[in-house]
Design a protein around this ligand. Sequence first.
Ligand code: EZ4
Ligand code: CO
Length: 431
Amino acid sequence: MVADRNFAPLSYGIILGRTSEQFSSVEVGLKITDAKVLVCSPGRNFVTLKIQTDEGFYGLGDATLNGRELAVASYLNDHLVPCLIDRDPSQIEDTWQYLYRGAYWRRGPVTMTAIAAVDMALWDIKGKVLDTPVYNLLGGRSRTGVLVYGHANGADIEATCNEVARYIGLGYRAIRAQSGVPGLASTYGVSKNQRAYEPAEKGLPLENAWDTEKYLLHVPKLFESLRLRFGDDIRLLHDAHHRLTPIEAARLGKSLEPYHLFWLEDAVTAELQEGFRVVRQHTTTPLAVGEVFNTVWDAQELITGQLIDYLRMTVVHGGGITHLKKVAALAEIYHVQTGCHGATDLSPVAMAAALHFDLAIPNFGIQEYMRHTKETDEVFPHAYYFDDGYLHPGEKPGLGVEYDEKLASKFPYERAYLPVNRKTDGTMWNW
Ligand code: EZ4
Ligand code: CO
């Protein structure tokens, strides 16, 4: 069975200093001996896959799907891990195809997050075996650092402006600005009592009230104030969190044109990809979408129709490095750049994988960066670091992230969900 599945030649045998005679058996190369699914909650929930090999090399993959964490843990534990034992970890592409095509049931966030975790872990192992950072395996550096944007949010325009000033002080060159809307009690992406917001809330889903007209009148005022105070150089971004119809998004994009945003994100849900044609026809504000996409098929029309400027898909929810590099290659032909999702619900393992990817591909645009809590950083010690507005993946072999299992065991899973959004009359609305 082992021979059938591992049709080798086993490439890692060479690296590990074996001679040609030793290649007579398929047992020569590395084998996956174990894979563990680790769930922890150092401030928020994370699911991590740790793949172990017989030579002591191991790899980590992020498997966190915000609010649906345990579904991916089960998918891995109950269905993927048994298929991984005894496989050759050097065969990343074949393993991806085996898990995607072999399952018969393709696509979807749970499946693609589980496959992504395996894929990340195998790239991590390959880097460690070859003693080189993953970006080097992806073609090497295409730039000196990864431009990131941080999140500034405040209850009103003044508070948001003050947060933007703080981010500029921290060295950020690009900043997403979100503000509470007058007349609405709470707004997603704007924290009430702490500076940074956390996407998920413990317990059952919170409910936010929504009023499109109030929002559409308010956002241009926010960006007018920001440009008056900070001038034209700082890159400003905004996220509409899928709450608008195409024609409403077109109006918002048009009204923001004087303030030349870097992008307007998730203006419209994208199940109907051609919906973006309406937005596109009316505004020159650059458009970004895709943090919830899982395969190239979620973005195929958006890319080939040149309906967006930035694609938000990232490694963990987009099928891993193996799939995302193909999506990026398609996007490159159609003038679409990447802008990988990078909120706190993506673990440091996914962040590291994104940074290696961002550094290597030609059509990188920008990377989202929300800082993790101190507890999360301690559970996942990592080589990547922020410097002067840029992130750098570091030079450690593989992805450059560790997992402290002992410390993680002090933070057990806690149920938490993203909030739901209702119009003021109670209608569930586009979240
Ligand atoms: O809603 O990470 O751009 N960032 C965002 C985030 C996402 C969450 C979803 O899990 O929109 O706040
Ligand atoms: Co977003």
